[in-house]
Design a protein. Sequence first.
Length: 223
Amino acid sequence: SWLAWSMCALSLVLAALSLLLLYLNYSHPGVPIWEFWAPNTLITVGFSIVGAVIAPRLPPNNPIGWMFCAIGLLIGVTHFSGEYAIYTLLAAPGSLPGGEAAAWMVSWVWVPAVGLSTFQFLLFPDGRLPSPRWRWFFWLSLLLTLVGTISLAFAAGVVQDIGDIYNPLGVEGLPNYGEPLQRLLFTLMLISAASLLMRLRRAVGVERQQIKWFAYAAAVTAS
């Protein structure tokens, strides 16, 4: 319980600091504004609180609650790092340390967050796959998440979505597949979301209500 609520508290602090930096960045004309600040804030706050509430109440073999906590924290880190990098490298260069490190975090931290979202759809609500037929999809998603995380961490070129800021650890000649990878990962997430329909058809009682509420929240988030 203390670990879940500690992760939640850290996520909420990151969300608050991100909004403060967003305001500071907005006050500098010509500085790019991260277009995903609103969904990032909502996901950070919503997922972290839900995770802190349910993680201590689930059996140890059910990771759903911890996935909520982790997704909220990872998105919080991504949002804060992006706003921090924009502020320290573009809005007020040199005013705060660690701007390049923050830019590097933005380049890859979002990948495991999206990957965890795929696994969350796939394993909800009992922590098990809908059926053995989904096993290959689970391992394919895990492989693409790991490869995507490592490749973007060292890809050369501009870091996606935060303006004219280059990856400080980018290896020259290593291609940047940020946008294609983003489309691929979101496609995998949508496919895994379809597994909820399979569960819903055979679910009864409390499990059916859980899936209905989660599917409703997922549809709102996707919109």
